[in-house]
Design a protein around this ligand. Structure first.
Ligand SMILES: [Mg+2]
Length: 260
């Protein structure tokens, strides 16, 4: 039996504004038996905002139970560059808040030591230009996640990776780090906070090349749900690195699949 279960959010716990039926109840049941944790590539919200967001779907979680790419960027900055750096953010409130609170960053528009980039739905030419100047002057380049698109009700929208692509193209530089999945940085951090070994944890996700690849790379048991992006037939064409340990219809069935 695993010692912890980690859920991806979009496509696993909810789809846009709609909770996936039975998942909140299953999470409540599992929470009586083991730590239930949540991990998302999203960097627009802070961990605290996610705690409130999950509550709206009937799920109770503590701040430490949630890992986001916003918090991940802030921990990466703190670990690698220390506190109090001048950081230019191309991103939203959650990323700004985590950098200020966790890494003591001074958020600036020019002469930054670090450029942190995530999804920014208020992106402007001026903001990209300011970031480019700092990158050209040698600032560190941190990317929250490389997701090309953002799934929306009407189809795909511009993701964090697509925004970063303009900076990468213009500066001729690659990010120094991408903290989001499929990198194992976020999951290692989350498991470390809870003192859980990766081999004792299960990851439940909906994307093969992001969630399942990360879980396999981290040495966790990977479970694919069919309520999000990947379909059963996609598994057949996937490389070995992206194949799940188990496939289940929905996260509502996770306990049954694991015999918990
Ligand atoms: Mg997902």
């Amino acid at each position: 039996m695993p010692k912890a279960i980690v859920f991806d959010l979009d496509g696993v716990v909810y789809l846009g504004a709609r909770g996936i039926p039975g998942v909140a109840a299953e999470i409540a049941r599992l929470q009586k038996k083991m730590p239930v944790l949540f991990l998302t590539n999203n960097a627009t919200k802070s961990r605290l905002e996610y705690v409130r967001h999950l509550a709206a779907y009937g799920i109770s979680a503590k701040t430490d139970d949630v890992m986001t790419a916003s918090y991940g960027c802030a921990s990466y900055v703190l670990e690698n560059y220390g506190r109090g750096n001048r950081v230019l953010v191309v991103g939203e409130q959650g990323l700004r808040e985590e950098l200020e609170n966790e890494a003591g960053a001074a958020l600036v528009e020019r002469r930054a030591e670090i450029v942190a980039c995530g999804l920014d739905r208020q992106i402007t030419y001026a903001k990209l230009e300011a970031a480019l100047r700092c990158l050209n002057a040698g600032a560190a380049f941190i990317l929250a996640n490389n997701d090309p698109t953002l799934p929306r009700e009407f189809g795909a929208s511009i993701g964090s990776g697509a925004i970063a692509a303009s900076l990468i193209f213009a500066s001729g530089r690659k990010p120094d780090v991408i903290v989001g999945k499929p990198s194992a940085y976020l999951i290692k951090k989350l498991l470390q906070i809870h003192k859980i070994k990766s081999r004792d944890a299960v990851f439940v996700g909906d994307r093969l090349e992001i969630d399942i690849r990360m879980a396999n790379k981290a040495g966790m048991k990977s479970v694919l749900v069919l309520t999000g992006v990947a379909k059963r037939k996609d598994v057949l064409c996937a490389p070995k690195s992206d194949r799940p340990w188990k496939i289940i219809r929905s996260a509502a069935d996770i306990g049954k699949a694991l015999g918990i």
